[in-house]
Design a protein around this ligand. Structure first.
Ligand SMILES: [Mg+2]
Length: 167
């Protein structure tokens, strides 16, 4: 559990033996209502690319929406990933010459991102959503998330929100 994906440096990933990052798009990389992204995002992507850590966007959104956004950022992507199923993640993983524990899936939802990542056997990081308000279709999920989150904290009391991976 890390506050934001931008807080994690290439060195922190490498220290954990992570050599590729799969990430959700909406509210993880970008605020859902700001499709252009921020300078912070662009700097983070540049730092990962300079360190040779590939980033793959794995989104449930459609090709048009994901393609439009990701084209500006010059990242490979899988659209219609069908999270909470692991199909999209497996598809992205096939293109990597890496083992499961060398890849991390990062996302702002337990129900979709973290579940799908765990199902595919990857390591997973939950981040806080970039903004509090959601698209209408995420609101029900958020409601369910609260219950899941409560159960998670009970089962793993050591889990806490970290500023970054070194925290
Ligand atoms: Mg999301």
């Amino acid at each position: 559990m890390v506050d934001a994906i931008y807080n994690i440096t290439p060195e922190q990933f490498q220290k954990q033996g992570i050599h590729a990052v799969f990430t959700d798009l909406d509210n993880t990389l970008l605020a859902w209502n700001n499709p252009d992204g921020t300078q912070q995002l662009k700097d983070w992507i540049a730092a990962m690319q300079a360190a040779g850590i590939p980033i793959v966007v794995v989104s449930n959104n459609n090709h048009r929406r994901v393609g439009q956004v990701v084209e500006n950022l010059d990242l490979p992507y899988v659209a219609r990933a069908m999270k909470p199923l692991s199909l999209g993640i497996e598809h992205a993983k096939e293109k990597m010459n890496l083992s499961r524990h060398e890849i991390v899936m990062v996302g702002d939802q337990l129900i979709t991102d973290v579940h799908a990542g765990n199902l595919a056997g990857l390591r997973t990081i939950l981040v806080r959503p970039l903004i509090d308000t959601d698209a209408w279709n995420t609101k029900l999920n958020r409601f369910l998330e609260k219950f899941l989150f409560f159960g998670l904290r009970k089962k793993y009391p050591a889990l806490h929100w970290q500023e970054d991976l070194n925290d």
